[in-house]
Structures are given as C-alpha cells and as structure tokens.
Design a protein around this ligand. Structure first.
Ligand SMILES: [Zn+2]
Ligand SMILES: [Zn+2]
Length: 226
C-alpha cells in the first residue's frame, strides 16, 4: 500500500475525505504520483519562479514558469461564494510547471461538478488545516490564486512583481475548471460583478466568446470585436 516516492516513516499522504475506502487501490491514487502532487526535489522541478503558501503555512508549492498560460478575473457566483470574495483572480499554469512541496499531504478537495469531497477532476483544492483555497484543478491545468504567492519587498514592489500574473489580452479561455485554446479573456461573468472594474480590459457577460461583450459599466457592446 506504500507507493514509491514517499518517506517510509511517513504514512501515505492521506487527504481527508478523499476516496480512501477499503477498496481503494493504488490505481485510485495514481493522481498522487502525477504533477503537481508527485514529490519532486527543486532540482527535479527546475528553476523556481514563484512560491506559494497557504494561510497557516502547511501547504507550500513551487512554480517553474514565470508567465502563466493565462490569467483571468471571474465574477461568477460560484467563485464569489467559494472564495467569499467579490471576484476570483486566477492564473493558469500547466500541471507540469507546479509542484506541491509535501505532495498530496495536507490537501483536501471539493468537486462542485461531482458534489463530492472525493478527489476527482475537476476539483477545488484546499489546505486541510486552514482551508485556504489553493487552486482549481482541471484536466491539464491548474488555476492558481496569485494572492498565495510569496513576494518580498514593499507593497509597491510586491504589486510590481505580480504584474506578470495579471490578465492580458494575449490569453486563452478559461472559466473555473474549463479550458479551451482560443481567444482571450480578462473579465468573465461580468454581469454578476459586485463592483465595476474600470480597467479597460475586455469583459464578457458570461463565458468568453459565448456571451455578450460588456463595457466597464456592464453595458452591452453592440458589435463584439471578437
Ligand atoms: Zn494552511
Ligand atoms: Zn467563476
């Protein structure tokens, strides 16, 4: 029952509430041996560009790529409720670019799609101890929340360092757990925003390229440019 890659003196990392029934097989837990959960040394992962940490510090991760595949602000009700926040800011990295320092240990999951705490994609990932939202995991990518990234310097310097993580016009389409490779997105589900964000970035009523384009005040733009 002890898969390779973990310290023998440690019990098998056991996220609470996952599908560890007596019938569990190693195949059921194969995901623990894939990125971003497989244990890797920093040398194995490669030069580290970002580090993230939950509120209590028990969950830490490293990223080896500076620029995310995409970044977006999602104003959908699901993100608002799940985060207790006016919107969700997420950056998308390929799973192979990410590594949890303690593997799957100390993580818990919730899949709103499956309405289950068992591990199954897509899923939301939290710290088992402090319940900080760590990321939303899809099939190939992780949607990570930049607020967890550890930065040094003054507030201004930290803001500056976060610039590569902000949504830009060159991006791909993402919402929560979905992912396609066309078009660009900055604000999605802007119709349910809690406040206007007059940043001039593209805004969509709902899903990108599948809903109306809105302006900063939420008025429909008659002839979508995309
Ligand atoms: Zn924590
Ligand atoms: Zn959302």
């Amino acid at each position: 029952m002890s898969p390779m890659g973990f310290q023998p003196e440690e019990p098998l990392p056991c996220p609470a509430f996952t599908n560890r029934t007596p019938e569990s097989t190693l195949k059921d837990e194969e995901w623990k041996h894939r990125s971003p959960y497989t244990m890797q040394t920093e040398a194995e992962l490669g030069p580290i560009k970002w580090r993230g940490k939950c509120l209590c510090g028990k969950v830490t991760y490293a990223l080896k790529r500076e620029k995310p595949l995409n970044a977006k602000y999602c104003h959908c009700r699901g993100c608002q409720v799940a985060h207790g926040a006016p919107l969700q800011w997420a950056v998308i990295f390929h799973k192979n670019d990410m590594s949890f320092i303690n593997g799957s240990s100390g993580l818990v999951f919730y899949s709103s799609t499956h309405q289950s705490q068992e591990y199954g994609l897509p899923t939301k990932v939290y710290c088992e101890n402090c319940r900080t939202p760590i990321m939303d995991e899809g099939r190939n990518v992780c949607l990570i929340f930049p607020q967890l990234m550890e930065l040094e310097g003054s507030s201004d310097e930290q803001r500056q360092k976060r610039e590569p993580l902000k949504p830009t016009y060159v991006s791909a389409m993402v919402h929560c757990v979905g992912f396609t490779d066309s078009s660009c997105s900055c604000h999605i589900f802007y119709e349910t925003r809690t406040t206007d964000i007059p940043d001039g970035l593209p805004k969509w009523r709902g899903m990108e390229n599948a809903s109306d384009r809105l302006d900063d005040q939420g008025n429909q733009i008659d002839s979508p440019s995309r």
